[in-house]
Design a protein around this ligand. Structure first.
Ligand code: ADP
Ligand code: MG
Length: 370
């Protein structure tokens, strides 16, 4: 029989799926003691409805079979300690979390971080920007990358619904813990605005909100952070160019000439903001009929043309597919619901192309020649 303290150390190493840290370090492991009815294990969670309780309970049972599990929620002090721990981890400096609000910059924002920040943009709405963001994010995660998505399209937040996120993010003081769904961490600005109430975003308020969700959410240091941006190049693009200067822009367009022209204008505007445009993604490229023929409903060649004009690659062509729309409406993304479908395969190919082209070159300001 292992001793109480041996069991405790083994339990402490259980990794929490959403925070990706051992529960011992997170303060999630409470009292572990031998009682009259066997071993009793206590979990101390930030909130009672912690989304991964079932997974954690199964892990406890695996490490300490037959133990009795009790759960309580953290008190204010414990929540503050967790917040400080996460902030320190985000900054890559254990002491950093102790500083006052805003002092510690997340490690992923550093120019030398492995994190690639991808801005998914389009010239106009309705071209499938959010559908592409969701399915690309999940495809990247399924290729083994760690992925976060931020819903920053202030004209219509749609990612949580499209992803099928059933729980809201958990807020620990000034730190937001994204919802984990289909292996992707998600935060929507939509969670923080009142329901059904049209918000008129004023410049400074928008700037602050975006900056907070980039810097104050528990993204950890993901391989990719995808941002669903509002159509065009407005305040959000400007803010992001300041908050994460090395953001890579991907332009979503349809094959039509008109859509393409709009996309192009917005890409040129992005360039003016010194955002690096890394690729074009054409959506609704064709429809494959039951006769296996491809029907180019919205024309052809738009994606290729704009890619050439911008001097970047056309990284993917996504077919029109009823399952994609249904998946979005039902919160079951097509790459999850029908991974073998042509459209899902197109997203996997796109994810591979995005990963393969590597990060944008980082020009270190201190190396600038004068
Ligand atoms: N390739 C596609 N095949 C079928 N329906 C699509 C496709 N891409 C997008 N849609 C549908 O078109 C609508 C607009 O897409 P959405 O991703 O919300 O666009 P945006 O974010 O650019 O406004 C949604 O109903 C979506 O399901
Ligand atoms: Mg959208």
């Amino acid at each position: 029989m292992p001793s109480e303290s041996e069991v405790r150390s083994a339990l402490a190493e259980i990794v929490e799926p959403q925070l990706v840290r051992p529960i011992g370090e997170l303060g999630f492991l409470g009292v572990v003691e031998d009682g009259p009815t066997g071993l009793a294990v206590e979990l101390v969670l930030p909130v009672r409805e912690w989304p991964n309780l079932e997974t954690l309970a199964a892990d406890v049972e695996r490490v300490a079979p037959g133990s009795t599990l009790t759960v309580r929620s953290m008190d204010d002090e414990e929540r503050l300690a967790l917040r400080n721990f996460l902030r320190g981890e985000m900054a890559g400096d254990p002491g950093a979390g102790q500083h006052a609000h805003g002092d510690a910059k997340p490690r992923f924002m550093d120019n030398l971080s492995k994190t690639r920040v991808l801005g998914i943009s389009s010239g106009k709405g309705g071209v499938g920007k959010s559908s592409v963001t969701v399915n690309l994010a999940i495809s990247l995660a399924r290729l083994g990358h760690s992925v976060g998505v931020l819903d920053a399209d202030v004209y219509g937040f749609s990612l949580p619904k499209m992803l099928g996120a059933s729980t809201d993010p958990i807020v620990l003081g000034d730190t937001v813990i994204p919802t984990l769904v289909h292996g992707v961490r998600c935060v929507s600005m939509g969670y923080f605005v009142p329901d059904e109430q049209p918000v008129i975003w004023r410049g400074p308020m928008l700037h602050k909100a975006i900056e907070q969700l980039v810097t104050e959410a528990w993204w950890d240091e993901p391989d990719f952070l995808l941002i669903d941006m509002p159509p065009g190049t407005g305040d959000v693009a400007l803010t992001l160019s300041e908050v994460v200067p090395r953001i890579e822009m991907y332009v979503v367009t349809t094959p039509q000439a008109a859509a393409q022209r709009v996309a192009q204008r917005s890409a040129y505007a992005a360039r003016k903001l010194k955002l690096s445009v890394r690729g074009v993604i054409e959506n609704m490229s064709w429809f494959t009929g039951d006769d296996a023929q491809r029907y180019e409903i919205f024309g052809a060649g738009g994606g290729q043309r704009i890619a050439e004009e911008l001097g970047v690659a056309l990284l993917g062509q996504i077919p029109l597919e009823t399952k994609l729309r249904e998946g979005g409406d039902q919160g079951e993304p097509v790459v999850v619901a029908a991974p073998e479908s042509e459209v899902a395969q197109a997203f996997v190919a796109l994810a591979k192309a995005v990963a393969a082209q590597g990060p944008a070159r980082v020009y270190r300001q201190e190396l600038k020649l004068v």
